[in-house]
Design a protein around this ligand. Sequence first.
Ligand SMILES: [Zn+2]
Length: 470
Amino acid sequence: MRAYRFALDPTPRQVRDLERHAGAARFAYNWALATVKANLSQRAAEATYDIAADELTPALMWNLPALRRAWNQAKDEVAPWWTECSKEAFNTGLDGVARALRNFRDSRAGKRAGRTVGFPRFKSRRRTTPSVRFTTGAIRVEGDRTHVTLPRLGRIKTHESTRKLARRIEQGSARILTATVRREAGRWFCSFTCEVQRTERARTRPEVVVGVDLGITHLAVLSSAIPGVSDADGFVPNPRHLGRAQRALARVSRRVSRRVGPDRRTGQRPSKRWEKANRQRNRVHHRVADLRRDGLHKLTTGLATTIGTVVVEDLNVAGMLKNRKLARHLCDPSFGEIRRQLRYKMCWSGGRLVVADRWFPSSKTCSACGAVKPKLSLSTRVFRCEHCGLVIDRDLNAAINLQRQVAQSGWETINGRGADQKTKPGLAGGCEASTPHRLAGQDGDRSPVTASCDEWRLTHAHSQRIGGRH
Ligand SMILES: [Zn+2]
């Protein structure tokens, strides 16, 4: 499954059509949620009058077919304008409610990882991202590669060429399943979810192992330099897009704060001037986000297409974000996103990603003699070894240590004993508790071939054993 996303260039009339469809989706969502709530409270009220359980108002099932049946019965009355929109628009909203209710129920039952999910809430017209998903009907990428066709909306021009997807469809190696249109930063986008046949590529340079230390001073430090990705010493600079945009952001934020904005307590509606200023502020934020995404993709693609094995650290980002002074700088290079991209891109290129244990002392270990320092403050940027006198950049030292862990143990070793090992209870207590969903690659009885797509973890016990050899 792969998504292809294109910016659209709709005519004013098409914009109105898109907005109408997104509005219809929101309307159906709110209607379905209200119906579910009314059904619940009706049954609860009846139960207080001692009505037998089988004589209560029948429960409305929390699934899409049931909601769709209820909608089709009610639509003539609640939305006599329904013929103006594709049925897919209403389906988007009903599906949203069904999913939200399922997530709520699974979360209550403890069947869902992650944060607890509350009961769904109504969608506001002002705050909701307009979006609608088409699953059936005429969904096409046109042969001229500058238009897409969607049900009821017709041909819409795209900003960029749809070449990459169109070529695959012509070859027969991709099939469009759904198309979702949504407005982001004042621009409409269409993303196609496709089923793609991908030819398994051979690993580019399977013998090369590179340790990657993600940092703040530099976006990443590689244990050995890779032309086109890092500079000659292995450093990938951190562009600090947000930091650079701070001044522009401060200026537009000041403008926003001086105009009459919305106030929930007094019910004050924002003025037109505030809305205009707010759009300017959003544009700065979106530009930062675009620049950041571009830089990250270039880094991860560069790594994934040249190297066989990438070793990264398992950073406790959620914990580090609690440090408010660090939070903004940490969010800027988005560590979690780098790892997510590396995971699937390494898989595409046939390489593998190894995640070192959170407690592996990559920064505190000397990369020359293996001596481990008891303490190393975050502000110390240069690593100085008391044993062998090595003086090296802190992050480069960490990257070399990461690389060495895997290079010395070898691939078979990791698979044979590292991958299925549980971290020692005494050491890992906090780690296990703070990472509720462990990632793939934990079960050990896989061959190296099938495992190449997974993310592997060096456990602490394993790294200790290797460390002892120094
Ligand atoms: Zn040393």
